[in-house]
Design a protein around this ligand. Structure first.
Ligand SMILES: *Cc1c(COP(=O)(O)O)cnc(C)c1O
Length: 429
């Protein structure tokens, strides 16, 4: 085929069964692609009609879509972190459908923060609190609002959290000067005390979310830091209200008297992407009034999901998917249900991780479904919906821990599509 043989746009569009605008766009895109290939010397035969139909189908599919997470990694940052509880999803829908009282009190102008502050106070014991767009934003805002000219940080906590979020850069961006104390592995109370002076705005403590230090290590507890006589900002990261393994509980830092405790909404809190700041009334107020607060403000859909999730923490924490997955007790039944319906599959013991930069050392042992052929992983990743498992010893493992109960049927269907003789195999069972 040469350039002269290419069909006109209209003729190619007529071969695409789609709304006219889509068909024309598909025809244009495919012709442009083919022209470039021919100019580059391509000599192969291409079914332009089929290619245009493919293009049209793909352009109708949302880019952001549901993925089935069978990795066992509960807070998987690449897969959207925490799935929302039904109550949180309902709240998002209700807020999206119509207008809302987002910033409307007694018929006048109100604050969006009133929707979560009472719950945050109740759940954490703090005097005050509010939410912003994400955890990184909350940390930046905390340092900007009360960090003063100098902010004191242990050298063991000058960490990178992920996605290039580095503590020294955050402090610089907030307009404060970093004063490093102690060493990488050991920092004592006296190191802090020696560094505190008239320029000090706050001491910042940052949880080493995604790694741990072992051996000759010394750190100062939050209670001792809060007795130094300067405001303490505690970035606890994952947002465990109560202790979850060795994650720092929000409540403990609040009780110790931290000026601001900062954490994420979509890690162990199990809610939407959000950043929470709770603590002393004066410090929370300073953060709320800081100009950055407006730039980082939370949107109404996330706020709706956050309020509903916080309500569940109070009333029915077992209904929060992230917590339910951490504590799941029906994994064997689910693994066996799957294995019975997937030809060649067997149930074996394996270990999952929490993920999302939380609890890097914690292993969650449990039964998983093992498939002998790991090469299947690629096809399943490209499926509709995509299904992601984990590969171990040349086997593809599907961990039921991170699959919702209503996703199990879909997993069986996807595998039936991809296993040789899979669908037939299913019918004989
Ligand atoms: C995850 C994390 C952040 C960033 O929170 P995001 O909600 O991901 O923006 C900040 N600090 C610590 C210690 C964290 O673990």
């Amino acid at each position: 085929m040469s350039l002269r043989d290419l069909p006109p746009v209209d003729a190619l569009a007529a071969a695409v069964d789609a709304p006219r605008a889509v068909a024309v766009a598909a025809a244009r895109a495919v012709l442009a692609e083919r022209r470039a290939q021919l100019l580059a010397g391509a000599a192969d035969e291409v079914d332009l009609g089929a290619r245009a139909r493919e293009w049209a189908a793909a352009s109708g599919r949302p880019s952001l879509r549901r993925v089935l997470n069978a990795t066992g990694v509960i807070v998987h940052t690449n897969l959207g972190r925490a799935p929302l509880a039904p109550a949180a999803r309902d709240a998002v829908l209700a807020a999206a459908e119509g207008y809302s009282n987002l910033e409307w009190e007694d018929g006048g102008r109100g604050s969006r923060h009133v929707h979560v502050e009472p719950l945050l106070r109740e759940l954490t014991g703090a005097e005050a609190g509010f939410a912003v767009n994400n955890g990184a934003g909350a940390a930046l805002l905390a340092v900007a609002a009360i960090g003063g000219r100098e902010i004191v940080v242990s050298r063991g906590q000058l960490v990178e959290i992920g996605g290039g979020f580095r503590v020294p850069d955050v402090i610089a961006q907030a307009g404060a000067r970093l004063v490093e104390v102690g060493t990488t592995n050991r920092t004592r109370l006296s190191d802090y005390a020696d560094a505190i002076g008239p320029e000090t705005g706050a001491v910042l403590r940052v949880h080493r979310s995604n790694f741990r230090q072992l051996g000759f290590v010394e750190d100062v507890g939050i209670e001792a830091l809060c007795e130094l006589g300067v405001p303490v900002i505690d970035d606890v990261g994952s947002g465990a209200l109560d202790p979850v393994h060795d994650e720092p509980p929000v409540r403990r830092s609040v009780a110790a008297g931290a000026a601001l405790v900062v954490f994420s909404g979509d890690k162990l809190l199990g809610g939407p992407q959000a950043g929470l700041l709770v603590g002393r009334a004066e410090a929370v107020d300073a953060a709320r009034r800081h100009p950055l607060a407006r730039a980082l403000r939370i949107d109404k859909l996330s706020l709706a999901a956050l309020e509903a999730t916080l309500r569940l923490h109070r009333d029915a924490p077992e209904d929060i998917p992230v917590l339910a997955m951490l504590n799941a007790t029906d994994l064997r039944a689910r693994a066996e249900w799957l294995a019975e319906r997937i030809p060649g599959a067997e149930v074996i013991e394996s270990t999952a991780r929490v993920g999302g930069g939380a609890l890097p050392l914690v292993e969650l042992p449990g039964p998983v479904v093992a498939l002998p052929d790991a090469s299947l992983a690629e096809a399943l990743r490209r499926g509709d919906p995509p299904l992601v498992g984990r590969i171990e010893d040349d086997r593809l493992l599907l961990d039921p821990r991170t699959l919702a109960p209503d996703e199990l049927e879909t997993v069986v269907r996807l595998l039936a599509d991809h296993l040789p003789g899979g669908a037939a195999g299913l019918e004989h069972r």
